[in-house]
Write a protein that binds this ligand. Structure first.
Ligand code: MEV
Length: 477
């Protein structure tokens, strides 16, 4: 089977069919998917992970399609509770695919461990002593992390800072940065062990006392940079969103996205929401692959604020007829260790990606963030976010109101068209459709006629990322 992530109609399949396709695509044993029926983790395993366990808490796990990153096709696992995140990312990835896909510069996986030293009598002498003992400290670090060192990782640099030099209460405080190559691990445990293992010697060298010993989540040595180019023809594809006549030109859409990007660059109130859209994609992939999303969140926002004003993590500009975007943010992710030891769902999520490289995972996570950002800006700059969101949210409401099987799409489509996406309205539609079904079955035996009501073509096209498709009733199975 082709390894393309371009899977038109994937959203229309039932869950068993989707699993079958993914198992074949990634050469995964189809039986593995059964673990997802219990949220990827059983209660006993959960009991061994945290304290006072009373159960497990699952989220929907989907896959975004159409992603190409550095020339490789990826089906991107996403665990998220918000309707439209997976569909929007698939849709934007389809647009970027038209321009050759996402390009990412993979970072060297460097994390910073901080050792705080207090009561240092002479800061300059302390810094010099630590600098002079560099070789000794590197050698000691190799002993502390033999397996990491044998894989080419470990402590690579030592820097000494005086962050409190202007603060009257911080006289005598030095902070040592241990720069650690974590290979394919996120690295928290490795870095914390190194910081704890070297702290006493550092304090001795500096003539001070040991304070905190912990990694920094501002992983600014582990930045992922992703670029994307969307050609004009992709931005204006029919079905990518409903544009009013006057706004239907791709050039207008492109200009509006660039203006939206500028808005975020100028205004931290907008930048926060812009970045939230990016984190919709980022966090969903992190969760699906068992990564520490709080760590990446903390790093992202600290990095966004580093220049003194909170800024967007991705920006967009025009280049001729193309829309070009760049995302740059810390990306401390791993494909070994952490929850992956124990969480079968997370292992399966990683298997869907088909990579064991933390660098490639970082690239895909960045691309997912960028795709989410592009989809949000495109929607906001044209129809507004509510229309597409509501048509997908309508499915959630239809289910909550008791719709099952084919009724879900029929009810969702109707309440979305009515602009009344509420449970009561959905219940009323369900009652009416069931009554009609009963009446029909008395006069005409057999199954209800296909999905004779057209699915909401906007939601369908969005979910698929296939902007060229508009479903007709005949095409719906
Ligand atoms: C909603 O989850 C995310 C957005 O608010 C992002 C944005 O405004 O760019 C739509």
């Amino acid at each position: 089977m082709s390894s393309s992530s371009r899977l038109p109609g994937f959203y229309r399949l039932d869950i068993a069919e989707r699993r079958r396709i993914l198992a074949a695509l990634r050469s995964v044993d189809g039986g593995e998917f059964a673990a997802l029926d219990a949220g990827g983790i059983d209660v006993d395993t959960a009991d061994g992970m945290i304290e006072n366990v009373i159960g497990t808490y699952a989220l929907p796990l989907g896959v975004a399609v159409n992603f190409v990153v550095n020339g490789i096709d990826y089906v991107v696992p996403m665990a998220v509770e918000e309707a439209s995140v997976v569909a929007a990312a698939s849709n934007a990835a389809r647009m970027v695919r038209e321009g050759g896909g996402f390009h990412a510069e993979l970072p060297r996986p460097l994390m910073i461990g901080q050792v705080q030293l207090t009561d240092v009598a002479d800061s300059e002498a302390g810094k010099r002593a630590i600098g002079d003992a560099r070789d000794e400290l590197l050698a000691r670090a190799r002993e502390l992390t033999p397996r990491l060192s044998s894989r080419g990782g470990g402590l690579v640099d030592i820097e000494v800072r005086s962050p409190g030099s202007h603060h009257p209460s911080a006289a005598g405080m030095l902070v040592v940065h241990l720069v650690v190559d974590c290979c394919d691990a996120m690295g928290a445990n490795l870095v914390n062990s190194l910081a704890e293992g070297l702290a006493d010697r550092l304090a001795e060298l500096a003539g001070g006392a040991v304070g905190l010993r912990i990694l920094s989540n501002l992983a600014d040595r582990r930045l992922i940079t992703v670029t994307a180019r969307v050609p004009e023809r992709a931005l204006g594809l029919p079905g990518a969103g409903r544009l009013s006549d006057q706004d239907s030109g791709a050039a207008v859409v492109r200009r509006a996205i660039v203006d939206a990007s500028l808005f975020a660059e100028l205004d931290p109130y907008r930048a926060a929401t812009h970045n939230k859209g990016i984190m919709n994609g980022v966090d969903a992939v992190l969760l699906a692959t068992g990564n520490d999303w709080r760590s990446v969140e903390a790093g992202a926002h600290a990095y966004a604020a580093m220049g003194g004003q909170y800024r967007p993590l991705a920006t967009w500009h025009e280049d001729g007829d193309d829309l070009v975007g760049t995302l740059c943010m810390p990306m401390a992710v791993g494909t070994v260790g952490g929850a992956l030891h124990v969480h079968r769902g997370a292992r399966l999520g990683l298997a869907m990606l088909g990579t064991r490289s933390a660098g490639q995972l970082a690239a895909v996570v960045g691309a997912a963030g960028m795709a989410s950002n592009l989809a949000a800006l495109r929607a906001l700059a044209t129809d507004g976010i509510q229309r597409g969101h509501m048509s997908l949210h309508a499915r959630v409401v239809a289910r909550a109101a008791g719709a099952t099987g084919e009724l879900i799409d029929r009810v969702a489509s109707e309440i979305a068209a009515l602009g009344d996406v509420k449970t009561e309205r959905a219940r009323a539609v369900i009652d009416r459709l069931r009554a009609e079904q009963t009446a029909t079955s008395h006069t005409r035996p057999g199954p209800m006629p296909g999905r004779a009501i057209q699915q909401d073509s906007e939601a369908s096209a969005l979910a698929d990322g296939d902007q060229s498709q508009s479903l007709t009733p005949e095409e719906v199975p």
